[in-house]
Design a protein around this ligand. Structure first.
Ligand code: NAD
Ligand code: DAU
Length: 355
């Protein structure tokens, strides 16, 4: 079996669904169920005998140690993290606690477990750390996309905390020989994404007739990848990645934010026209920029294609259409996540006028 941390979140829950669609092997989810962890994301597998859930913190070394001894996974996939850049600006503490200190305790518990495994199991064991393209910092418009050898230059509390965790993971390989794999992925979108992130936020604000907040001039560029493609990449790296190696994962699909927001508006114009017949774009609102906002990210994903044969299957057009449809078809899920706590985040962050 494998142990997956943070699998009640956006990418982790998509990973669980992708895993059970492709494999018979059991999967145990360790999740602290923060505001971003949602058991409803995993309702479909709740009664699957191959699925197990443990409510806990990656930073609780003793509990993780016990879990490992008891369940004896052949691999650990670490998705657990605080993941929202804006929240890291408002309150960086949780990012340091989970992303840095939590990863440290997880690595130590895993190292102890791994060192005691019999030879064959020790050789086959893998620790896969899921990271982000944001650790490389920002690119100028003409600069080549990030390769795995790009120097780390994180700029936000979030990306700095992820960069720190990547360094710990790398050091545990170099120093102790722990067979680690790291993936650095670009912006994901798709089902089950918490609506604090751009794409689901814009879909839901549009449907509620609220302003669609675009930071600054809206010309910041992100490289978008449909979440199922990311999950396939993680599975492929776990299966065949070389220990100690880093694999960049991206969609080859760079877009300015304004283009993304306008595309969502057009998809909604067709699928769920506004009652007054005017386009959703009329709700667009330019708002003050995110402090320290990185201008551009882009991933060069040639290494994972060359070595492991992975390429994204969705284009941005096909993935975005699926995503908009998913949010329209899951009003109960939306209702469940847009509770009081979510509303206070939106009001606190964007101000009363935009919430
Ligand atoms: P998310 O915020 O949706 O989910 C995070 C999950 O981790 C939640 O279920 C939460 O409850 C859990 N968690 C948080 N702290 C924990 C702790 N201390 N112990 C156990 N569980 C804990 O995040 P996501 O968007 O699904 O991202 C998952 C991972 O992928 C993160 O490591 C993130 O840095 C990385 N990543 C995300 C993106 C993206 O576009 N969303 C892109 C590249 C990499
Ligand atoms: O690049 C990978 C990263 O992508 C992941 O590591 C992070 O976990 C994930 O949150 C995401 O970070 P971003 O900051 O790029 O995602 P977000 O959806 O918050 O913002 C996408 C872009 O849209 C970014 O340039 C900021 C902008 N934006 C965002 C929000 C929430 C807006 O213009 N308005 C908004 O209201």
């Amino acid at each position: 079996m494998i142990l997956v941390t943070g699998a009640a979140g956006f990418i982790g829950s998509n990973f669980v669904h992708a895993w059970f669609a492709a494999k018979r092997e059991p999967l145990l989810n360790l999740d602290r169920l923060t505001y971003a962890g949602n058991p409803a994301n995993l309702a479909a597998v709740q009664d699957d005998p191959r699925y197990g859930f443990v409510h806990g913190d990656i930073g609780d070394r003793a509990a993780v140690r016990e879990l490992l001894r008891h369940h004896r996974p052949r691999a650990v996939v670490n998705f657990a993290a605080e993941s929202h850049v804006d929240r890291s600006i408002h309150g960086p503490d949780a990012f340091v606690t989970t992303n840095i200190v939590g990863t440290f305790h997880l690595l130590e518990a895993v190292r102890e477990y791994w060192q005691e495994l019999p030879d064959a199991e020790r050789a086959a064991f893998r620790f896969l750390h899921v990271s982000t393209d944001e650790v490389y910092g920002a690119l100028t418009p003409e600069a080549p996309a990030f390769r795995e050898s790009h120097a780390y230059a994180p700029t936000s509390p979030y990306s700095a905390s992820k960069a720190a965790s990547d360094h710990l993971v790398r050091a545990w390989h170099h120093t102790y020989g722990l067979p680690v794999l790291t993936t650095n992925c670009s912006n994901n979108y798709g089902p089950y994404q918490f609506p604090e992130k751009l794409i689901p936020l814009v879909i839901l604000h549009a449907l509620e007739g609220k302003p669609l907040p675009v930071y600054g001039d809206g010309m910041q560029v992100r490289d978008w990848l449909y979440v199922e493609d990311h999950c396939r990449a993680v599975m492929r790296v776990l299966e065949a990645g070389r220990p100690g190696e880093v694999y960049n994962v991206g969609g080859w699909d760079e877009r300015p934010n304004l283009d993304v927001v306008r595309r969502i508006c057009r998809l909604l114009d067709a699928a769920r026209p506004r009652l007054d017949g005017s386009p959703y774009e009329t709700q667009l609102a330019f708002v003050p920029d995110r402090p320290g906002h990185d201008r551009r990210y882009a991933i060069d994903a040639r290494k994972i294609e060359r070595e492991l044969g992975w390429r994204p299957q969705e284009t941005f057009e096909s993935g975005l259409a699926k995503t908009v449809r998913w949010y329209l078809e899951h009003p109960d899920w939306v209702e469940g996540v847009t509770s009081g706590a979510y509303r206070s985040w939106v009001t606190g962050h964007y101000g009363q006028g935009l919430a």
